[in-house]
Ligand binder design. Structure first.
Ligand code: SF4
Length: 96
């Protein structure tokens, strides 16, 4: 099973689980991304590689969406555009 190399310092992975909605979404996405097959598709990682750690929104989930009951209003415009570009760009398929 894949595991992200950024687990220890990642605000998403280390989210407080006292809010049941946050705990639920965290557990699901953590199994898919942080400790799962979609680790290479984590949008937090993509933003980190493109812009640097200071641009990764604290409330961004690995699927690129904001945490429950939060929004993108404080995200850098370049990050929002980049995320939309990621969602609109079909994944490259490598021929076997
Ligand atoms: S949210 Fe992304 S960067 Fe953070 S631990 Fe999970 S896969 Fe890694």
């Amino acid at each position: 099973m894949a595991e992200c190399g950024k687990l220890a310092g990642c605000p998403f992975f280390n989210l407080d689980e006292s809010d049941p909605d946050v705990a639920s979404v965290k557990r699901g996405l953590m199994l898919l991304y942080c400790k799962g097959d979609k680790v290479d598709n984590c949008v937090r990682l993509a933003v980190f590689h493109e812009f640097g750690i200071d641009f990764v929104p604290k409330n961004m989930m690995p699927n690129g969406m904001p945490l429950p009951r939060t929004d993108e209003s404080e995200w850098d415009v370049a990050v929002v555009k980049f995320k939309r570009h990621l969602f609109l760009t079909p994944k490259m398929v490598t021929p076997e």
